[in-house]
Design a protein around this ligand. Structure first.
Ligand code: CO
Ligand code: CO
Ligand code: CO
Length: 316
């Protein structure tokens, strides 16, 4: 993709970030993002919710407020009928409304495999943008949702997902990152991203590369949906987890003996994952307390930014 430059393009394609940001005037910048994917769960109403929450998430990860959203739909209308599509769209609309945004249109094409998502437009004050850069040594890394969606939805596709982890995972995948972003703003966060396809470690790597720092991760403090490790132990791991891990090979430093299964979970590609934010050390306890009030029960400090700048990720 060509790299476009403009004095008002505050966040473009030069360095990977969650969404594009374009300054309209001194006080206002536009956030634009688009995301869509095939079904990850069987229930069309939940699938619609998950796809919408995932698309809205990139606006929250930039520190913004979503204003409008448009549906992007690929659907085999003749094969599946419109009833299922109506449920998907209802699910998506519900989450757009919960986000306080407006659903203002969309586009549908015929396709053999259903796909759904949103193009979202939001706003942010230019001096309040969260990016993947700017993390400083001493900052605490906080993760707001537990991991497990790639592994659990892979188990679902194989028809072997136990009911409990699946229900809990759907709860987290349908939870907006709105509350988490509000807490981030309250505690003065500048550096933030959401956890999606590159897995937890992949997204931490982007953050430390963008900030010119290193990080230490306490792998045992990373929250996981209960039952995720057991599934990974049985070998239920999506291909993306291995690809993520291969990509990180030269960047990981093992300061302790590392369980292979736990590594699969840390690299598991997430759908509609939580926010990862770098919080000043003295404000981290307040952040955790506020996140729990927002019902993000598993929010936890999972590591710390360290000086160095070689983009090393030390796991202990
Ligand atoms: Co993102
Ligand atoms: Co995205
Ligand atoms: Co059209």
């Amino acid at each position: 993709m060509p790299v476009m430059k403009d004095e008002n393009l505050l966040v473009g394609t030069e360095f990977p970030d969650d969404a594009a940001v374009y300054r309209l005037n001194e006080n206002l910048a536009l956030i634009q993002t688009v995301d869509f994917f095939p079904p990850v769960v069987d229930d069309p109403y939940y699938y619609g919710q998950i796809a919408a929450v995932n698309a809205l998430s990139d606006v929250y990860a930039m520190g913004g407020r979503p204003l409008t959203a448009m549906n992007i739909v690929c659907f085999p209308c003749r094969k599946l009928g419109t009833e299922i599509l109506v449920e998907i769209l209802k699910g998506g609309a519900r989450k757009v409304i919960e986000a306080g945004a407006l659903l203002v249109g969309g586009h549908t094409i015929n396709d053999d495999e259903p796909k759904y998502g949103l193009a979202v437009t939001g706003v942010v004050s230019p001096d309040e943008i969260f990016t993947k850069g700017g993390a400083e040594p001493g900052d605490q890394l906080i993760l707001t949702k537990p991991l497990g969606s790639g592994i659990i939805t892979t188990a679902l596709k194989g028809g072997i997902a136990p009911e409990h982890p699946l229900e809990e995972m759907i709860h987290w995948m349908t939870t907006l990152n709105k509350g988490a972003a509000e807490v981030a703003r309250t505690v003065g966060v500048k550096t933030c991203t959401d956890i999606t396809g590159f897995g937890l470690l992949g997204h931490i790597e982007e953050m430390i590369r963008g900030s010119g720092v290193d990080a230490v991760i306490n792998v045992h403090s990373v929250p996981k949906v209960e039952g995720t490790l057991a599934l990974a132990e049985e070998g239920v791991v999506p291909g993306g987890a291995k690809a993520n891990r291969d990509f990180l090979r030269d960047k990981l430093v093992f300061a302790a003996e590392m369980d292979e299964v736990l590594m699969d979970v840390l690299c598991d590609p997430q759908t509609s994952g939580g926010l990862l934010m770098a919080v000043k050390k003295e404000r981290a306890p307040e952040a955790i307390r506020l996140l729990k009030i927002k019902r993000l029960a598993h929010a936890a400090v999972i590591g710390e930014i360290t000086p160095g700048g070689k983009g090393q990720l030390v796991l202990k």
